[in-house]
Ligand binder design. Structure first.
Ligand code: SF4
Length: 138
């Protein structure tokens, strides 16, 4: 993590386009839009109880992205003792995109990329808010 402040963790939903949108939005946020402030880890490592993943989650403020109401990312971060500053539900992003054709569980179509980009920008807003709050406390 090298001093990065925020951990963005998508669920691992493999069978639905919502899971893919969450993962792509995460990569956009941590690799393209806020690489100096945020990183991600694999949820499976957390679910397995891998010690390094548990420590990382406990040491950072987390944003979770979930593909369905089961909220696997949020619940597993909370069970690991992590702090979820913002829990994003991919389904909520669809409210502004009625009739969208986002693609499939394995390939996003143009609408899917638009939605993923919108979610990534929301994630970055949250990252900036968290980082600013921490700076203000110092
Ligand atoms: S939140 Fe839903 S889509 Fe994501 S991993 Fe859990 S069951 Fe799958």
């Amino acid at each position: 993590m090298n001093g990065k402040t925020v951990l963005v963790i998508p669920c691992s939903g493999m069978g639905k386009v919502h899971g893919l949108i969450g993962r792509e939005a995460t990569y956009m946020a941590v690799e393209d839009l806020a690489p100096d402030r945020a990183d991600t880890i694999c949820l499976a490592m957390l679910v397995k109880g891998e010690p390094a993943a548990l420590t990382t989650v406990r040491k950072h403020t987390c944003i979770t992205l979930d593909g369905c109401p089961k909220a696997c990312a949020r619940k597993n971060v909370e069970m690991a003792g992590g702090e979820v500053a913002k829990a994003i539900r991919i389904v909520d992003a669809f409210r502004n995109h009625r009739g969208a054709q986002p693609g499939t569980a394995t390939t996003l179509a143009e609408d899917g990329w638009v939605i993923a980009r919108e979610i990534a920008e929301n994630v970055v807003e949250e990252i900036n808010r968290i980082c600013k709050g921490m700076e203000d406390m110092q």
